[in-house]
Design a protein around this ligand. Structure first.
Ligand code: DX5
Ligand code: ZN
Length: 215
């Protein structure tokens, strides 16, 4: 599944950018929430998420890069998020946070920074619908892919298969482009997030090139 990250969209023309993603064959819209504490950047919140949701037929995937995410999970659930991920590094009570997401009937995910031990994902997997592996340090679009991802996704995929958890999806976020999409998917990623790889240039052309690369 392809998930354009709206972080790299033209916010002055957001409705058009979203339509272009839909017409270009995107599967999910990825929505990056940053609080200036967990990551050194501030972006958008539930108010914008609600507007996006009202302007799209695609599922909305809210990636919460915020400290103490429990404070905001209800707001994003009410805004219409379909998927909500929280960082293992940002909550003291990961199980409680995941259960809070599920209590709203949303798909719950745990996100891991590039060097966070995979054991967090192993422990959390049975309570998750998806696991997001960061392939850049969270905070900004347009960064270069960190290659340790390949080792990590292989180990995570193996763990999920060995434990009967194949239904838990692996999402990969950061530095995904047409040039590396195939290798990433073959390594075991189910959801590919791409920001600058989709929005820099023509959205439909970029989405098509990524699709072609995946075949
Ligand atoms: C980074 C965000 C990503 C970002 C990806 O903190 O979580 O979703 O938008 O952007 P690219 O694809 O440009 O690396
Ligand atoms: Zn993201």
């Amino acid at each position: 599944m392809l998930a354009p990250s709206l972080l790299s969209a033209d916010f002055a023309n957001l409705a058009d950018e979203i339509k272009a993603c839909e017409n270009g064959g995107a599967d999910i819209l990825h929505f990056d929430v940053m609080d200036g504490h967990f990551v050194p950047n501030i972006t958008i919140g539930p108010f914008v998420a609600k507007t996006v949701k009202q302007n799209t037929i695609l599922p909305l995937d809210c990636h919460l890069m915020v400290e103490n995410p429990d404070r905001f999970i209800p707001d994003f659930a009410e805004a219409g998020a379909d998927y909500i991920s929280i960082h293992s590094e940002a909550t003291h009570h990961l199980h409680r946070s995941l259960m809070l997401i599920k209590s709203f009937g949303k798909k719950a995910g745990v996100a891991l920074n590039p060097l966070t031990p995979l054991e967090f994902a192993f422990e959390a997997a049975e309570y998750c619908d998806f696991i997001l592996l960061m392939s850049v340090n969270p905070g900004f679009g347009g960064q270069t892919f960190i290659n340790s991802f390949f080792r990590r996704v292989g180990a995570l995929k193996e763990f999920l298969i060995l434990n009967g958890l194949e239904h838990v999806l692996i999402e990969i976020d950061g530095g995904v482009k047409k040039e590396n999409a195939r290798e990433i998917a073959e390594a075991g990623a189910d959801i590919l997030v791409s920001g600058s790889g989709v929005f820099n240039g023509n959205i439909a052309d970029n989405l098509k090139s990524i699709r072609v690369a995946l075949k």
